[in-house]
Design a protein. Structure first.
Length: 288
């Protein structure tokens, strides 16, 4: 009988925004001790509040084994410096916004703090894992772990392998993904990987249809939900992901893959107006 997968004992999460907090919550709920690193004490406190709120909501939905005050929050601490990561950390997931230079800087700094066997990962949804690995002294310990929003209830983690990623690193990432109750898909490094590339292509075409007056957002989304059994239409999903995030990924893939990923004018206009989706209350839909 195959033993149940167990999560890494100690996990570091760099960045405590929506994605980072969700990753921290998921590992804490699975039994790991988690250290969330933010840029300063104020941001660290906000990250802790996100994790605590997420655990409370999970308990209210009945998806957490027991109330959130029975030990799980005690497994999460916050820090305002990478230097505060424990040396015995087993996995560090970088989860800051999509800025390749910033991610590379943080990953290189992390390598100086943790032990040689610690796996390093980036939660990037489109940036080159190969280029990020190149800044490390030991690139074999690195891979992409692309989580999906909202992390605690999503079923998938896309594992992205750079050419130098070792088999031991891949196997550990698969094992830890299963310990979170999620399914892995393993892909090689390529612009947009599998999920972002296909998802963005659909989302951009949906935006062009609205821009051209083919249909309104609700009609486009309903067609995909009922006609193709998508759990959420591409425009509502764009609101959930964030129009600014979608625009940044589109601009990146436009430079790598050509005109098929050119951002629509409507997307640029909405981002310029601050209509970023659910997080600002207005995107293609109005949100409470």
């Amino acid at each position: 009988m195959t033993p149940a997968a167990t999560p890494p004992p100690v996990v570091g999460v760099i960045g405590g925004g929506r994605m980072g907090a969700g990753i921290a919550q998921s590992f804490a709920a699975a039994g790991s001790r988690v250290v969330v690193v933010e840029r300063d004490e104020s941001a660290a406190a906000a990250a802790m509040e996100r994790v605590t709120r997420g655990l409370r909501q999970a308990a209210e939905r009945g998806t957490l084994a027991g109330p959130p005050d029975l030990g799980v929050p005690d497994r999460v601490i916050v820090a305002s410096s990478i230097a505060e990561l424990p040396h015995d950390t087993d996995l560090v997931v970088e989860a800051v916004f999509e800025d390749a230079a910033l991610k590379a800087e943080l990953l290189a700094a992390t390598e100086d703090v943790v032990h040689d066997g610690c796996v390093l990962a980036s939660n990037t949804s489109a940036l080159s894992v190969t280029e990020l690995a190149a800044v490390l002294r030991s690139p074999g310990r690195f891979l992409g772990m692309h989580f999906f929003n909202p992390v605690p209830v999503s079923a998938l983690v896309e594992l992205v392998l750079a050419p130098g990623t070792t088999e031991a690193t891949r196997a550990a990432a698969v094992r830890w993904t299963h310990a979170l109750g999620k399914q892995d898909v393993v892909v090689r490094d390529s612009p947009g990987f599998a999920s972002s590339r296909l998802g963005l292509a659909l989302g951009l075409e949906a935006i062009r249809m609205v821009e051209e007056g083919v249909a309104d957002p609700e009609a486009v989304d309903t067609a995909m939900r009922l006609g193709y059994r998508h759990p959420m239409g591409p425009l509502r999903l764009t609101d959930v992901v964030g129009l600014d995030v979608r625009l940044a990924i589109a601009e990146h893939l436009h430079t790598k893959l050509g005109e098929r990923f050119a951002p629509p004018r409507l997307l640029r206009e909405k981002v310029a107006r601050g209509e970023l989706g659910r997080k600002t209350g207005q995107g293609f839909y109005r949100w409470q």
